[in-house]
Design a protein around this ligand. Sequence first.
Ligand code: ADP
Length: 220
Amino acid sequence: MNILETVNLSKTYGKGENKVEALKNINLVIEKRKFTAIIGPSGSGKSTLLHCIAGLDSITSGRVILDGEDISKLSEDKLSKLRSRKFGFIFQNFNLIPVISVYDNIVLPIDIDNKKIDKKYIDSIIDILGLRDKVSKFPNQLSGGQQQRVAIARALANKPEIIFADEPTGNLDSNTTDEVMNLLRFCVDEYNQTLVMITHNDEIANSADNIINISDGKVI
Ligand code: ADP
C-alpha cells in the first residue's frame, strides 16, 4: 500500500539565466510501513525532492498526494499542522535547541501541537535510544551521536506516520551509524512507521526495502 505519491512533480529554482530545473516530472510512490532510500550524486535533486514531498518547500508543478489528498495546494497554515501531526524530520545537523534540556527538545513537537504527552511512549523511546541519563542535560553537553539520538527521539515523539531523514548518519561514526539505523529499522518494523531517507551510504541503501535513484532531477 502506498502512503505518498507524486504525479509529474517538477521544481524549478530561479528565473532566466539563473533557472535551475531541480526536479523534472517525477512520478514515484512511497510504500507505507517501508523504508525507502533516496540515492544519487550530489546536486541531483535529492534534498529538493525530500523537501517537496514533505511539504517543506513549494513545488512548481504536478501533485504530491498523501493518503489520497493532494497536499501541494494546501495553505502554509494547513501544511504546517499536517507536518507537525503526521511527519517527523531528522537532519544531518540535528537542529536541536541549545537553551532547553534534552527532554524539552524531545517533547517540543508535542508542545507545539498542544497535544498531551504520552509519557509511557516517550519513556520507551528515551530508553531504547539510551538517553535516560541525558534527559536533563543540554544538547551541547552531548556527543554528536547522542545529539543525533535526541533528534531522532524528537522526530518520533509525535508518533509520525512518515519519518523524513536527510543523511541523518552523515556526521556519525560507524558504530553510532549502526545504532541509529537499527533504531530507525525498529520504528518501521515495530511502530509501523514509514521511513524516507536520503543516504550516500551503500550499505544503508542496500538495507532499504525500496530505493529511489535520482540523477539530474529525474528518477532513473
Ligand atoms: P542533492 O540533495 O542531490 O545534493 P539538491 O536538491 O540540493 O541536490 O540540489 C539540486 C539542484 O538544485 C542543484 O543544482 C542545486 O544547486 C539547486 N538548488 C537547490 N536548492 C536551491 C535553491 N534554494 N536555490 C537555487 N538552486 C537550488
